[in-house]
Design a protein around this ligand. Structure first.
Ligand code: SAH
Length: 438
């Protein structure tokens, strides 16, 4: 039947729900008769929804495609602040279940025509009388449209127990409103050919119900004395990763900090060892020599953060090296636009990256951290991050240097080779200054 419509009719029905959700922003939504979860798969992208539930009598149908609702790798790598929990139940809409009370929206798309009329009464009582959601969308075939389907004899589907005219649907809907305190608007999807719309109506007729008083912000409270009814079977439940979960926030923050601390360390060491091309400033070292400091701290393409954010250009050139050879004493080196320098170990074992620098250079770190002291607090006990003793900086070990040292055999260190290595680096630096200076 769908080829009569473009987009296909089932998609038009689902789009109707999605548009409603975008306008009304419900937080808790349940789709009754969810079948293979197609509508749910679209609804999970509506960011306002925090709890998305599907119910169907047929558990096998749910199981067939339910894993398509699982988070994908980007949901884990770049979680947002939104929260989303998805639950799928096997159960009948003719039975009550406490877990389905208090929703903002219930959808019943092409479901009621699969119920016997006696069960439609139970459906009304369960949905409007017991679940009492703020809004309900019910769609069902409009039998007046059927003559337009070429060759259709009987109902549109072999499992349909009835197909209502517009008058029949409206009479049921208005009775429900009267009984349970709702108001309803009638509409539909699947336009009839030009000139026929008034006579036959929409192919799928839709009733949009709102609970009376709900629009004025009057919330329904359920009595605590109500007994818990758990008649549905939970088949699937998943919590999407969210930055509102402190563990996830910490994980994302730590990976961002580790990424940027390492990047800043590399940029700094490359500048120090003169591995980069670019503009250089000649600076005076403590020993009275000169060293070059590149003007540009980072290449443009390196300014992308791990999560796609922009890195702010550091105002200062900075760096702080720590060397085991220095007996644990920190030797600080800050480069501030060539105005203030101290000599440093040219191939340090460890670079100390001040949290304040990460904070000011990486917007994502400051956004996630909330405040500098909170950032310190979040990083403090994390096994992946090593903070300096006073907690003001991240210590990044120079693994390449460690590897080089390992390859060079430890007995060479004893023979003073370590010192010679540093000297040789200095020599390279000196050559570079000459090259720049000449
Ligand atoms: N809403 C879906 C599928 C509609 S087909 C869509 O828009 O594509 C009707 C679905 O209702 C079927 O999956 C069927 O298993 C389910 N169903 C039938 N009787 C039910 C009942 N009593 N309770 C819950 N689901 C029921």
């Amino acid at each position: 039947m769908d080829p009569l419509f473009s987009p296909p009719l089932h998609r038009q029905r689902h789009q109707f729900v999605i548009d409603f959700v975008k306008r009304n922003k419900p937080k808790k939504v349940v789709d009754l008769g969810c079948s293979e979860c197609r509508l749910l798969k679209n609804l999970k992208f509506c960011r306002e929804i925090e709890l998305l539930v599907g119910v169907d009598l047929n558990g096998a149908t749910i199981r067939k495609k339910m894993h398509g609702l699982a988070p994908i790798s980007t949901d884990y790598l770049q979680p947002g602040y939104d929260q989303l929990c998805i639950e799928l139940y096997q159960g009948s809409v003719t039975q009550k279940d406490t877990r389905l009370r208090g929703f903002d929206l219930v959808t019943s798309i092409e479901l009621i025509e699969h119920l016997h009329l006696a069960d439609v009464e139970l459906f009304s009582e369960v949905v409007f009388g017991y679940m009492t959601p703020a809004a309900v969308i019910v769609s069902t075939p409009n039998s007046e449209f059927n003559p337009l389907f070429p060759g259709l004899a009987g109902f549109r589907h072999s499992d349909h127990k009835f197909e209502w005219t517009r008058a029949e649907f409206q009479s049921w809907a208005l009775k429900v409103c009267l009984e349970y305190g709702y108001e309803v608007e009638f509409t539909g999807v699947g336009q009839a050919p030009p000139g026929e719309q008034e006579r036959v109506g929409f192919c799928s007729q839709i009733g949009v119900f709102h609970r009376l008083g709900e629009r004025d912000g009057c919330n329904r409270l359920f009595g605590d004395d109500a007994e818990d009814l758990l008649s549905y079977t939970l088949l699937y439940s998943i919590n999407y990763p969210s930055l509102q979960d402190n563990n996830i926030l910490r994980r994302v923050l730590v990976s961002e900090v580790v990424y940027w601390a390492e990047k800043l360390k590399r940029g700094w060491i490359e500048e120090k060892t003169g591995e980069r091309n670019g503009a250089f400033t000649l600076c005076h070292t403590e020993e009275g020599g000169e060293e070059r400091v590149s003007e540009g701290h980072m290449d443009m393409e390196e300014k992308q953060t791990a999560c796609g954010g922009e890195m702010k250009s550091p105002v200062q050139k900075w760096g702080r090296s720590l060397s085991e050879d220095e007996g644990g004493e920190y030797k600080e080196v800050f480069w501030t636009n060539g105005q203030e320098q101290q000599e440093l170990c040219t191939s340090p074992r460890c670079v100390s990256v001040p949290l304040a620098v990460l904070w000011s250079c990486c917007p994502k770190v400051s956004a996630l951290g909330g405040s500098l002291s909170n950032l310190r607090h979040l990083l403090m006990d994390d096994p992946e991050v090593k903070l300096s003793e006073d907690g003001s900086a991240v210590l990044v070990y120079n693994q390449e240097q460690d590897q080089e040292d390992e390859e060079d055999h430890s007995d060479l260190e004893d023979s003073g080779y370590a010192e010679a290595t540093q000297c040789s680096h200095s020599a390279v630096d000196e050559e570079d200054w000459e090259a720049v200076g000449s």
